[in-house]
Design a protein around this ligand. Structure first.
Ligand code: NAI
Length: 714
């Protein structure tokens, strides 16, 4: 017993010991919980008045996993590895029945602990899962050995590879739990424990073999699991490692299976994959820490929203808002555009119905909450007005001047601009402190990232409101400064530019995309350009034309594609051709045009390796990231990583571009950039911060650590 683990003896059943874990917010197992449980079981073992034990948890959930701070230390090789084995041994071999009462989301180490008990009961809405794969590890506290014994090989493989939790009824069907308790879980689990106490023997999970199958039966299950892993966890090692450990459970005696599991778990924990994923986990949790914005600042509640512009983004954002219970007015200046917008919304929802995500009734309710119109009626009551018209500064300023006249005094005025100056937009109003950028990503109902662009005068309350709103929408809000392209696009434009230079020098769009896809990007950059729309980038370039410097190399192809009407997926032709399934097909016509254009421009042709493709695409992005950091437009390198992981399809197991640079070694990155600078000129000028860190043997992560110290209250 200690301050996080207590024992109660209920008045209605004094022979039952109820152990209550109380370690808010999610009862994570750290050293305290572990030791509390261990000493409690040691003392209960000597207490003959106890005829059964219930392990329960206070608060909103049973144990939601191990303390990830400890995992992080362990992944760095700095100790911290919590071996639960002695505790699990005591629980499983306890001479009287041990019942675990599950509620909320029991995950990871919480489930491993629960599976060592003799019985498990759960409230009807409880969920259970082994999400370790999300951190690049396996359920290494005997989970890969006990789970298949309870649920069978196929379900164990599925749970460990997908990492997705299952619901109580499914858990009951699979044998993960023994009973669902309707009503009071505490009372129900005590009654269940009393009932079990009358039995002579209690099942130990380790002794169960009936669901372990046979080599012949299991072989196709493991093969299917590996296929599933390749599909949903491309390039990752952890899901395959989990399958390997489950294989050991099915073929080896208990003790040997445990040894094998430990070996595999240690290997995973020491992998770059798990370090990157653990970094990504903390990076995402860290983004809402803004040094000059206190945690308790009041965020405004957004109860009603209005959107100007019913195009791709306006429609997607409307869906994101109504999905979170916020009704929306959707305005466009053009009836046909409004109709197209509502049609697109309906089509998107139809896909969700087909995939079983929503029922048709829910979809009807959601669509009824989106009110299409041409005028500004009702805007005066909106808590948030979000502008998503064409990317054109003059147009946006005109709209904001109109909104200034209509919006209520408390209203949040937001722009979804992807590159333009928020201060210039705000200057069209009499209240620049009420203006913020809310840069959603396409498709906005799905993509998790929102860049929150803080203008020079944006109020703290507004930033806090934007962060709270992002959370309410189930998204990750990252606060960024107001520079051209903000963080994500400011880095993506040079990345896209470099990819185009590569094709002008002899690569094909498909070869560039393949190198990026094989690296782990969700899509190649040319496929991304086609999806976003060649016209969208064309508009961006028009806004920047006056800044073009003579003598600096410019990509030659996209304007040509735009002029040919090859706008990407929307016209079934861009860098690729598209069939009816929107599959990109390399197009000989485009490739011939690229060769002709390069020849006319006198660009020498050569064969380009996938390594060069990667270095040029990624390092130009990282170099820009270093400038953004030094200029203060992102608070932390980890924020940039979160932006790329949640909005740009960067693979989680590489931790984001800045983490990736650290893992390659900044000196190596710098040397390569210096080489490219020599070869390709001005656009490759090394960023001073990158040079400084590389030359002093440091990392972006260490720069972040220094930032945190600077942010800390004195
Ligand atoms: P879009 O071309 O699909 O939609 C723009 C809509 O605004 C059209 O329906 C048009 O009729 C309407 N509109 C134009 N002038 C208007 C006015 N005066 N009043 C009301 N409605 C008007 O454009 P999209 O792609 O939705 O982009 C909108 C904004 O979002 C742009 O600033 C863009 O840079 C930004 N953005 C676009 C992303 C993308 O992937 N397409 C991603 C993130 C931001």
């Amino acid at each position: 017993m200690n301050n996080v683990v207590k024992v109660e003896r209920p008045s209605e059943a004094a022979n039952i010991a109820v152990i209550v874990i109380d370690n808010p917010p999610v009862n994570a197992i750290g050293q305290d919980v572990y030791e509390g449980l261990l000493t409690t079981f040691e003392s209960l073992a000597k207490d003959s008045s106890v005829s059964a034990v219930v392990i329960a948890a206070a608060g909103r959930t049973f144990i939601a996993g191990a303390d990830i701070k400890l995992l992080e230390q362990a992944a760095r090789g700095e100790g911290g590895r919590l071996y639960l084995h002695p505790l699990l041994e005591i629980i499983e071999t306890f001479s009287r029945p041990v019942v675990v009462a599950l509620h909320g989301t029991s995950l990871g180490g919480g489930m491993e602990l629960a599976m060592s008990a003799h019985y498990r009961v759960a409230s009807p809405d409880a969920q259970m899962g082994q999400p370790e794969v999300n951190l690049g590890i396996i359920p290494g506290a005997e989970g890969t050995q006990r789970l298949p014994r309870l649920v069978g090989i196929a379900a164990a493989v599925d749970m460990c590879v997908s990492g997705k939790p299952i619901k109580a009824p499914e858990a009951l069907r699979l044998g993960l739990i023994d009973r669902i308790i309707e009503g009071d879980l505490r009372k129900g689990s005590i009654a269940f424990a009393r009932e079990m106490a009358t039995r002579g023997s209690h099942p130990r999970t380790r002794d169960r073999k009936e669901k372990l199958g046979s080599p012949e039966l299991n072989a196709p299950i493991f093969a299917a699991g590996r296929e599933q892993a390749a599909k949903i966890r491309r390039n990752m090692k952890a899901p395959l490692a989990a399958i390997e450990a489950i294989e050991a459970a099915s073929s080896l005696p208990w003790e040997q299976g445990l040894d094998r599991e430990r070996e595999i778990a240690d290997r995973c924990l020491a992998s770059s994959e798990s370090r990157a994923l653990i970094h990504a986990f903390f990076a995402e949790r860290g983004v809402s820490k803004i040094p000059d914005i206190p945690k308790d600042i009041r965020a405004l509640e957004i109860r009603k929203a209005a959107i100007v512009g019913a195009g791709t983004m306006g429609g997607g954002i409307a869906m994101a808002l109504v999905n979170a219970g916020i009704p929306v007015i959707l305005k466009d200046s053009d009836q046909a555009a409004l109709d197209r917008g509502m049609d697109a919304i309906r089509k998107n929802y139809d896909v969700s119905v087909k995939r079983g995500r929503f029922t048709p009734e829910i979809v009807e309710q959601r669509i009824a909450q989106i009110h299409p119109q041409l005028g500004y009626d009702g805007f005066q009551d909106a808590d948030l007005i979000l502008e998503a018209v064409f990317e054109n500064l003059t147009l946006k300023k005109q709209i904001f001047a109109e909104l200034d006249k209509i919006a209520g005094p408390q209203c949040v005025l937001a722009s979804n601009t992807s590159t333009l100056d928020i201060d210039a937009i705000a200057s069209a109003t009499s209240r620049p402190e009420r203006v913020v950028g809310l840069h959603f990503f396409s498709p906005a109902n799905i993509m998790r990232l929102v860049e929150i662009v803080r203008g020079a005068k944006t109020s703290k309350e507004l930033v806090a409101t934007a962060l709270a709103l992002s959370k309410k929408l189930g998204k990750v809000g990252v606060v960024v400064g107001n520079c051209w392209g903000f963080v994500g696009n400011r880095m993506m434009i040079p990345y896209m530019r470099e990819a185009q230079f590569l094709v002008e020098e002899g690569a094909t769009p498909a070869a560039v995309d393949k190198a990026l896809y094989d690296f782990g990007m969700a899509m190649g950059i040319f496929a991304v350009d086609d999806m976003g729309g060649i016209d969208v980038m064309w508009r961006v370039r028009q806004e920047r034309k006056h800044l073009d410097k003579p003598g600096i190399r410019k990509p030659l192809m996209t304007d040509k594609l735009y002029e040919m009407g090859r706008l990407g997926q929307k016209t079934a032709a861009g860098w690729y051709r598209y069939d009816e399934n929107r599959k990109p097909i390399p197009d000989a016509e485009v490739e011939a045009l690229i060769r002709k254009t390069s020849q006319e421009a006198g660009i020498p042709q050569r064969s380009i390796t996938p390594d060069e493709i990667l270095d040029r695409c990624l390092y130009i992005m990282i170099n820009e990231g270093a400038r953004i950091l030094a200029e203060g437009y992102a608070l932390r390198a980890a924020d940039i990583d979160t932006i790329y992981l949640s909005g740009y399809g960067f693979p989680g197991y590489r931790g984001g571009p800045m983490w990736y640079a650290d893992s390659v070694g900044l000196k190596t990155v710098l040397d390569r950039i210096v080489g490219f600078h020599r070869q390709h000129g001005e656009l490759w000028e090394p960023a001073p911060l990158l040079r400084q860190l590389a030359e002093s043997g440091r990392t972006f992560a260490s720069w972040d650590a220094d930032q945190e110290k600077r942010f800390a209250p004195q």
